[in-house]
Design a protein around this ligand. Structure first.
Ligand code: ATP
Length: 326
């Protein structure tokens, strides 16, 4: 059984269009006009148990609407959804015991309570016995290193500490799937790394399936093996990260540092990205020119250093967004 099964899911919103000015306001009361927005348009995908999936797309692509239908907050207009074998529409309460949510931009914890009291509270909501809650807090306290601030009111915690506690609160009832929306937003690079490591650890330790939505390419790159890109409510790409990075664009970045300036001219398959003094940065389309042929275009005795890297994921994703828009 897959953790998530989505078949031909669609959702349309009908919204009132308001014309300008007072007359427009009056018109919208007495002769309202509506327009429809297809927020999710016939999407299908599966997520395996224990997978960390990046579900991304530009603003307004339909991500939140999809997540809301997966968690039973919104009714689909069409299609089938099954999360851990449960229909979110028919058995929303039963599903709540199996899933957890973390919203980087939205506090779920009570700020005047300590993390410890919050965890007790969340445990009680999920009908856990006192002993079960205590044991779970003890376990998660160690994994997420909360010892130092578990008894400090949440309002006095740093953002990074709070996010760690938000994640722990969402794990109290041992959910099998965690929906994470921008879990590292606003965090400094060191804390971001720390949170990503903890997410990986949690996935490994408890085999928690993670459905991650983030505009931060670092989150996607460091955590996910698979990526689904949605735009205008449709799935425009469903691929492994490996395949996406190494084969989607078939492009490599070649940086060459030379002893002396060499007048390098673009040839088919090679684009100059940057040329500064004796340093050149090229993009090689490996379907047209192999890396070794690209290197042969340089005088070997004149080369001090070469560096070959993949096209950054951020660039790949931006190109996919652009392609879809055009
Ligand atoms: P973001 O990255 O900005 O959060 P998103 O991918 O999560 O965007 P959604 O929030 O799912 O996008 O929105 C998809 C489309 O549906 C948008 O055009 C949005 O305006 C519209 N929409 C979402 N919720 C509603 C609603 N309750 N009523 C009307 N329209 C809505």
């Amino acid at each position: 059984m897959n953790a998530i099964e989505v078949k031909q899911l669609s959702k349309t919103f009908r919204i009132k269009v308001k014309e300008k000015g007072l007359k427009g306001s009056m018109n919208s009361i007495f002769h309202p006009k509506y327009k429809t927005i297809k927020a999710v348009d016939d999407i299908s995908f599966q997520v395996e148990k224990g997978e960390i999936l990046a579900f991304i797309g530009p603003n307004g692509a339909g991500k939140s609407t999809t997540i809301k239908m997966l968690t039973g907050i919104l009714y689909p207009e069409q299609g089938d959804v099954s999360v851990m074998g449960i229909s979110p529409i028919e058995k929303r309460k039963k599903l709540a015991y199996k899933i957890g949510t973390v919203f980087g931009q939205k506090e779920q914890l009570w700020t005047h309570l300590t993390p410890y009291d919050n965890f007790k509270f969340f445990g009680a909501i999920y009908d856990l016995k006192d002993k079960e809650i205590e044991d779970r807090i003890e376990e998660l306290k160690d994994v997420f290193e909360l010892e130092e601030f578990i008894n400090t009111p949440v309002r006095n915690l740093s953002l990074g500490q709070r996010i760690r506690c938000e994640i722990v609160a969402s794990l109290i009832h041992k959910p099998e799937i965690l929906f994470m929306d921008e879990p590292t937003i606003g965090l400094d690079p060191v804390v971001k790394e720390n949170i990503r490591e903890l997410i990986k650890k949690m996935n490994k330790e408890y085999n928690t399936t993670i459905f991650l939505t983030s505009h931060d390419v670092g989150d996607i790159e460091k955590l996910c093996k698979r990526i689904i890109i949605v735009n205008h409510g449709k799935v425009v790409l469903d691929d492994s990260m490996e395949h996406l990075k190494y084969h989607y664009l078939n492009k490599k970045i070649l940086e060459v540092k030379m002893k002396e300036y060499q007048d390098f001219k673009e040839v088919e398959g090679i684009t100059i990205l940057k040329s500064k003094a004796n340093n050149l940065k090229l993009e090689v389309d490996t379907t047209k020119k192999t890396i070794s042929d690209a290197i042969k275009l340089f005088d070997a005795d004149n080369m001090i250093d070469i560096n070959i890297s993949n096209v950054p994921l951020e660039k790949i994703i931006t190109e996919i967004y652009k392609e879809v828009k055009s």
